[in-house]
Design a protein around this ligand. Structure first.
Ligand code: PHE
Ligand code: ZN
Length: 885
């Protein structure tokens, strides 16, 4: 075990690099077991760091060093120090110099999928955050920006396609050898984490884009031969994203080419390497029969996300990894805005908030809580989190809310202009926003530094004599590991007051005129706002559009919530009201062992009627109506309970509410289901997608009645499906049941798709998520299925990931069998791919909210795991999850 690697790194210890590398020439000779890398680095002492003549310490991992030369003179081992992790030249010159290195790395045995590795025969790289050091010795940190020229040589048979960042400058054969080469040049200075290289036998799907200023860009998507017919959607999404970024943010593309490569083995979703994005093929390949609407949507979103990084990340990058949210939060915000503009804005907002609450709120409430900009980390790979990404995006959104769209756009323009070609900090970003708006954003900075979800408690008192409504607001930021005391934050609170007839009342603040856009700025721990000229008791609609990532509590009675669920003009809050209404019933029933009848009679029926009415309201978008039919998930309920959670009771409560609702509005759901049956061929456009979502949600609820007619409908939905969306939604519905229909559908799906890895992943996932008492055993059996492999991250996520993250009742089973399964599998994976293992182990983060028996089991399993030999990645997660003993 490497104890040094386990020392936390601290933001406050940041020091600029003593040397800068300004130009890099790389020469690759690709070979499976020993890829030769010759590098030529133009280095100079950093003028911003006082003394020259400092040791030059280059990072390097798992490299075989062949030679080192300084200014053309070979160095001998006595001139440098070579250790695992670094190469040090103790007496480097105090003037600019050239360093030449020859090293070898081993792509074939690279199972961690960081650095240069082979994915199904294709050479590819992944360098973020610290993978470049596994390719060659370098100052592998984001504040060292260089211009790269890359030559790649390989056997033409093996790798007819040779790609790197930037523009192509040359290529050709090496006569008589069967080898060929390509040279690429990237004129934009970039950090090493954005370096990329690809070599393989790939098919090219070309296209073209003309930028606003008339520059022609060659676009291409490279995929495994035979998959060319699955690239159209990704390409279309790319072109739409490029246009949108010009129109909405004035960002134009800057190279002559933009390439995307899809690979099958990838630790994450995708990577924004300059001019050469590398993607998990799951996020590129789509055909109506193989990809669902959800897949189409994530492809569109991630293609856009990686493309948007070209400015927010590549042209302006991060000074150090503590600033990760600077590129990720901002880019997620940008891709969310893109999706909102492209599809339905309210539905996109609902999806983003669901995501935030499902993944980020538990993180903020648990042992792994950290600030959007963490102050310390052990392994940076563990900080690609929902907090950095999703909460980071919310922080950008709040800036846009506070500054207005135009103000925010100006701030962003200034940020890009000021810092183009630089590696910067969160302060630089916020300063640009402060400069364009003239606002003091120092309190706002707390969003980056304080962890934990603020709790905002609101109540409204109406005075019938004075005709005033007093809104009292108080905020508390709960303590989190390492942060016991918190300051009050600046919280943008969007709100409205709704009159008895459903009209919006003007918000006249006593003494301060009318509130603009319904936006209040909460800055203190306790505040009161008094509204004048309110003729009758209003219903408050608070935190409209989810204007801040907080937990809101409002003292409203069920009638008021029902009123909002029917009348709120803010589409997000209208949906939220339905969710709140259901959540209140579900948490109460969960506390009663899952017995809904002990907590409600008429409320469940009123909810059913309101949902039925909204679902049937054809004046609303179908996709939006579908959101109403999706009841709060088991993890939503557990999160609201926050303590003493019995996951079996949660499931029972939810199932019983679904049954009640289905019983009440089943016939209208069945009618709706038939009435909106789509005609004509599949199209992934937002309208058709919405209709399929609404139908699927109606069917899902219908089956909860347990009626044979509903089951028959689900079977038919599967049988008659002409696209993956319908097939997989029916399969998911059937997968929960104890009926021959389930086994038949699963067998049929397997027979049809066993040779299509991405589709087969769905077959594994659906079984792992099934709400059945034997799910641990099912997953265990599937671990030894001939098509299962621990080596492919997508397959691991499909089976183990879906189980631990998507099946809370199965994973948290009272006997601890789910915990044991995860611990044992993660341990196996940790030996060859720490990153993937550590991510899976994140599923333990909420163990402390469980009831005592489950808690005891989780703790024992975690303690046993902590005693084993673990990677730094998994060690950090396991020890932090256990917390101080
Ligand atoms: N930077 C990638 C993104 O766009 C994520 C990523 C991180 C990919 C680390 C690979 C490794 O979000
Ligand atoms: Zn990103």
């Amino acid at each position: 075990m490497n104890e040094i690697a386990r020392q936390p790194k601290l933001l406050k210890d940041y020091a600029p690099p003593p040397y800068l590398i300004e130009e890099v020439e790389l020469d690759f000779m690709l070979a499976p077991r020993a890829a030769r890398v010759a590098s030529k680095l133009r280095i100079r002492p950093n003028p911003k760091v006082a003394t020259g003549g400092r040791p030059l310490v280059l990072d390097g991992e798992g490299l075989a060093l062949e030679s080192v030369a300084l200014d053309g003179k070979a160095l001998t081992p006595s001139d440098y120090e070579l250790k695992e992790g670094s190469l040090t030249i103790p007496r480097a010159p105090a003037h600019p110099f050239t360093l030449e290195l020859v090293t070898y790395c081993d792509p074939e045995t690279n199972t961690a999928l960081s650095g240069l590795y082979l994915s199904r025969g294709t050479y590819c790289t992944q360098c973020e955050p610290e993978g470049f050091r596994r390719i060659t010795f370098f100052l592998d940190r984001p504040d060292v920006l260089a211009v790269y020229t890359v030559r790649i040589e390989a056997e033409r048979e093996v790798a007819p396609i040779l790609l790197s960042n930037g523009n192509p400058v040359a290529h050709g054969d090496i006569p008589g050898t069967g080898r060929h080469f390509a040279v690429w040049h990237d004129p934009f200075p970039k950090p090493s984490y954005l370096f990329a290289l690809v070599g393989g036998r790939l098919a090219k799907v070309p296209d073209r884009f003309v930028t606003v200023s008339g520059r022609e860009v060659d676009l291409a998507i490279y995929v495994e031969p035979g998959k060319e017919d699955r690239c159209a959607w990704a390409m279309e999404s790319l072109k739409r994203a490029m246009r949108w970024d010009e129109e909405r943010f004035g960002r134009e593309y800057d190279l002559d080419v933009f390439n995307i490569v899809a690979v099958s083995d990838f630790n994450m979703g995708a990577m924004e390497n300059k001019g050469l994005n590398i993607f998990n093929d799951k996020l590129v390949l789509a055909r109506p029969d193989t990809a669902s609407d959800a897949d189409y949507a994530s492809i569109e979103g991630v293609i856009a996300h990686e493309y948007f990084h070209n400015w927010s990340g590549d042209r302006v990058t991060c000074r150090d990894w503590f600033q990760l949210c600077l590129k990720e939060g901002l880019t997620v915000f940008r891709d969310q805005e893109f999706t909102g503009d492209t599809r339905s804005a309210p539905v996109e907002r609902i999806a983003a908030v669901r995501m935030l609450k499902t993944h980020q709120f538990p993180e903020d409430a648990g042992p792994l809580a950290h600030a959007v900009r963490p102050a310390s980390y052990i392994e940076i790979n563990n900080f690609y989190t929902a907090t950095v990404y999703e909460k980071g995006a919310e922080v950008c959104r709040m800036l846009q809310t506070l500054l207005g769209r135009e103000g925010f756009r100006k701030g962003l323009d200034l940020y890009f202009e000021r810092h183009d070609g630089e590696a910067v900090t969160v302060e630089d970003f916020v300063e640009a926003m402060a400069d364009v708006s003239g606002r003091d954003l120092s309190q706002f900075m707390l969003w980056y530094t304080q962890s934990g979800t603020p709790e905002l408690a609101c109540s409204l008192d109406y005075d019938p004599h004075a005709k005033t409504a007093r809104l009292s607001v108080s905020q508390v930021v709960p303590p989190t590991p390492g942060q016991t005391k918190k300051e009050p934050m600046l919280i943008p609170l969007k709100m409205g007051l709704i009159g008895a007839n459903g009209d919006e009342l003007p918000l006249k603040l006593d003494g301060k005129g009318v509130v603009n856009d319904g936006l209040l700025e909460i800055t203190g721990r306790e505040q009161v706002f008094e509204f004048r000229d309110i003729p009758s008791p209003p219903t408050p609609s608070l935190l409209r559009g989810f204007s801040a990532p907080v937990r809101l509590t409002v003292s409203l009675d069920p009638e008021q919530i029902e009123f909002l669920m029917r009348h709120d003009k803010d589409a997000f809050n209208r949906w939220q009201a339905a969710q709140t209404y259901a959540t209140n019933l579900l948490t109460a029933a969960s506390r009663e062992g899952g017995d809904l009848s002990r907590v409600t009679g008429k409320e469940a029926l009123r909810l059913a009627q309101a949902l039925g009415q909204t679902a049937g309201d054809s004046s609303l978008e179908a996709a939006y109506r579908a959101e109403f039919l999706k009841l709060p998930s088991e993890s939503d309920i557990a999160r609201e309970l926050a303590r003493n959670v019995d996951t079996d009771a949660v499931r029972a409560a939810r199932e019983s509410l679904r049954r009640t609702i289905a019983g009440e509005i089943g016939s209208s759901l069945a009618e709706l289901y038939e009435a909106i049956a789509p005609q004509g061929p599949y199209s992934p456009d937002p309208e058709s997608t919405g209709v399929r979502a609404l139908r699927g949600a109606a069917l899902d609820l219908l089956v909860a009645t347990g009626k044979p007619s509903a089951l028959a409908r689900a079977e038919r939905h599967y049988r008659e499906a002409t696209n993956m969306t319908d097939a997989i939604s029916a399969l998911a519905i059937l997968s929960h049941l104890d009926a021959p229909a389930r086994d038949e559908a699963l067998a049929h799906f397997y027979a049809r798709w066993q040779d299509e890895p991405l589709v087969l992943d769905k077959w594994f996932a659906v079984q792992a998520r099934a709400a059945r008492s034997d799910s641990v055993e099912t997953v265990r059996a599937l671990l030894s299925h001939p098509k299962f492999s621990l080596k492919n991250p997508n397959r691991v996520r499909a089976l183990i990931g879906s189980f631990v993250h998507g099946n809370p009742t199965g994973f948290n089973r009272a006997d601890g069998a789910g915990f044991e399964l995860l611990a044992e599998q993660a341990y196996e994976i940790d030996r060859f791919n720490p990153h993937v293992a550590a991510r899976l182990l994140g599923a333990f983060e909420s163990w402390r909210i469980l009831e005592p028996v489950r808690q005891g089991r989780a703790k024992a399993v975690l303690e046993a795991l902590a005693r084993r030999q673990l990677s730094t990645d998994s060690y950090e997660i396991v020890t932090k999850t256990l917390g101080p003993s």
